[in-house]
Design a protein around this ligand. Sequence first.
Ligand code: GLN
Length: 412
Amino acid sequence: MRSPVGDYLQEVLDALADERSGAVADYIPDLANADPDVFGAAVTTVAGRTYAAGDDEVEFSIQSISKPFAYAAALLDRGKETVLAAVGVEPSGEAFNELSLETGSRRPKNPMINVGAIATHDLLVGPGASVADKVERAREFFSALAGRELGIDESVFASELATADRNLSIAHMLRNYGVLQDDPHEVVEGYTRQCSITVTVGDLAVMGATLANGGVQPRTGERLMPPEVARQTLTVMAAAGMYDGVGEWFATVGIPAKSGVAGGLLGALPGQCGIAVVSPRLDAHGNSVRGIKVFQRLSADMGMHLMDSVPYGSTVLRGVHTSGGETVFELQGVIQFSGGEAVLHGLESDTSGTAVVLDLSRVDRMNDVGRRMLLEGLRRMRLDGRAVALIDPDRVLPDPDLGDGTLPEIRG
Ligand code: GLN
């Protein structure tokens, strides 16, 4: 059988083939030469499987889609405290190239608009690092995320740098307020090179899937950032990735995303997949027109809106049965807060007085909150005078200390 997922993706592109509104970016002269009809899409799951359709082999400059990944690199290189002291996490409701700073702190409002991205680029590697070091740090990190060596489009770079008055004025403003320590020309040169790194939709989909997968590149299995960095990056994408169009984007699509003026659009759906589209005609916010429509359709058809509720908790308690003087709670799936709460409620309701067994054989995983809730439930059951045991053949509940140095009886 051939999986219908790729066919579905192709169908979505076909349905939008006649959509020709918007215009290619021309403030970067080289981008005005882009073929406006290029149209490709790719989805990579957190299991590392990719489905692609249309012009998935076409390379284009990453542009602003570099911003979330450079932010992740800056968090890795400099730590959260230093990065947050330099750049905020508030939605700006502003155009991508606005000259603005937060009142009071005088930080750029977020790392997704140019002012914040230029400050973020400057944080790469460490104080005193050269332009070349910073660019190479970005290129190398993006390559690890994509799982192949990425290059730089020198023509797009030269063309943007030659007309970079707006970004230069942003960098001078940053330096004036002490946000930038380095030479504004050098920082803009580095930032512009970072924006000129070339990718395909397939590359972007894996890069997005790495964020969606908590920082582990799903193809290579390499952890490229800790879960907190992936989460922080997705957060700023959700808050500001679509600039002043972010509210409508989140209402209609509900996926953290980032757009670029070369027509790329990347979304990352936590726990599920990375999604990328390229189509160079842009709307007034600088976001790909067909890209947005593809995402609207995928989100609606495939139930991808993050704010849709999933009944995580109610599925965890698979069954409760009493046999041989024991009450066995059979658990399954993924246990986090609501699942833990459902199990605790089950324990609370059990007044049989028999021994209590939590059977975790069918549990896929649990987060630390789920783990602690189960252990606290067992601890309290034991205080009530009940014998407690765990069946955990795959060791999904590590370190089952009941909080007082004792363990439940472990079986399986
Ligand atoms: N390099 C572009 C710029 O700084 C990136 C903007 C974008 O893609 N929105 O203007």
